[in-house]
Each structure stands twice: as structure tokens, then as C-alpha cells.
Design a protein around this ligand. Sequence first.
Ligand code: 13P
Ligand code: SF4
Length: 305
Amino acid sequence: MAISKEKLKEDIGKLKAAKNAVILAHNYQIPDIQDIADELGDSLGLSKISRDRPEDFIVFCGVRFMAETAKILSPQKRVLLPALNAGCPLADAIEPQELRELKEKHPDAWVVSYVNTSAEVKALSDVCCTSANAIKVVKNVPVKKIIFTPDKNLGWWVQKNVPQKELIIWPGGCYVHEKFMLDDLKGARKNYPDAEILVHPECHKDILKEADYVLSTSGMVKRAKESAAKQLIIGTEAGLIYRLKKENPDKEFYSLGAARICSNMKKITLNELYESLRDEVYEIKLDSDIIKKAQLALERMVQYV
Ligand code: 13P
Ligand code: SF4
């Protein structure tokens, strides 16, 4: 017989207390997971929280690169990812060997890698960034020439905002955000002329050019609260809209065109979360040398903003 949702939630609470664990969830997670999490956020917010929380166990409801980032920042803690195969195709868009070859071609450049990368790629990078701080990081890097990996749309957005730097941009992209089309934006402007349009920097550049704000997911949460607009159009993965509606019941939120889903972000259910805590799976294990090098790139990110 299937266990009821209420019983699962109760059991998760008990296991969490018994094991001194904290549940972190990304803004794209399913509503059940968002509701039960101790902390909800974007990649930047969650990496800071994972470093600062006192618990011994971090159960990271998100995708692998996020759980790896938590492990890199707190190697003494045990970090669990409840769904073994929750990856991110964007993070897989550049292989360590490809980055090594690019570095050899441009020995005078620094490597700035988006956190949506593997631990190995972070270890080969000089500094990391997230969608929330990429512009500031690139501005503050002490050289002109920068290899920017792996997202071409975020890279384009950063280059536009930091013209004094010369970016060599890796051609990766997020299949979820690249589904939003300029026609979706034009349609939204026509149908909701008073609405504000917020988009994620992983969207195509023509969308970034036309939107009202280009923001990380938590940047959108903040803007939605502060904005005087009563209707907001959201150009990011659909999971965020649940949080936006919950925190702003007096406002209306619509996806930019059809709702777009990241299948990897939907792999964790209450059942997976319960089993993860019960069986202590799937633990993130990284080579200590990779941790040391990647830590440096993540620490620089914090220094440069
Ligand atoms: P944020 O850091 O803005 O939450 O984005 C993470 C992500 O994977 C976007 O697709
Ligand atoms: Fe990766 Fe795109 Fe999913 Fe974000 S939305 S986790 S970038 S595949």
C-alpha cells in the first residue's frame, strides 16, 4: 500500500531531526518539495546557505552540479542528491579536455565558468559565476581576455554589459530556456500590455534584448515582490511560478508562451526525498584535489562581487 503524503512528510521530518539534516531546494523543484524544504533559492543563494548552515547532512533537491557545489564549499559535510540521475545537459556541454585545449590556445585568458558545470570543469576554472552575479564577476576579473563557459546566451548578455572585456564564449545552451521564442514575448506584450516581462539570462539573445528585466530565479522572486505591476510574465522554468504565486497572491503570473519544464528538476518527489534521508543516498563524492581547485574558483566568485 502506498504511504500517504502526510505520513511521508511526518517521516521526513523525523529523519531530518534524527540525522541533523537540512533540506535545500532549488526554485524549480515540484511544489511538494518546495513546501517541505528548509531553504529555497537560486544557485547563488543555495551555495551560500549550504556553506553557512550548521547541519552535518545537506539533502540537496536540485540537480547534480548544485549538490556538487555544496560539497565543494563544505567538504566536511555529507551531501545527498535524492535522484541519482538528476543532471543538467548545460553543465555537460563542456568536457574538461575541451576546456584544457581552449586554455592552451588562449594562455593569457582567465576562465570564468558558470556554476552550471561539472566539478572537474570548475577545478580548471579561475573563477565561477552564477546568473545572479556573472556581470559583476566578469567586470572584476583582473584581465581583459576571458574564456566564458558553458552558456552562450549568458555569455552574450555579460559581453553586452561589460564591453571593456573580450569574451571567448563556449557555445553551450539550456534546452529548456532556448524553447522560449521571440514570438512568445511579442504575444505576451500584445495580450498583457501592462505586464512586466522577467526573463532568465539562459534565454535566446533576442529575448534578452526585449525583456524588461534579465534576472536569476531568486532575482525574479525579489523583483516580483517589489514591482508595482499586477501582472508578470516569466521567462524561466515553470516551477518558479508556483513560488511566485504563493508569495504574491495579489498578483498574476504567466509563463512566457507555453510552460517550459526541466525534466531533471522534477525527478525528486517526497518518496525519493524520504528514501534519500533513510538510506543516506546518493552521496556526492569528489576527489580531494578537484575539491581544492574548484573551491578556489568558487571563493574567488565571492571575492569578486
Ligand atoms: P538560477 O541560479 O538563476 O536559479 O538558475 C539555475 C538554473 O539552472 C537555470 O536554468
Ligand atoms: Fe540545467 Fe536548463 Fe535544467 Fe537549469 S533549466 S538545470 S540549466 S537543463
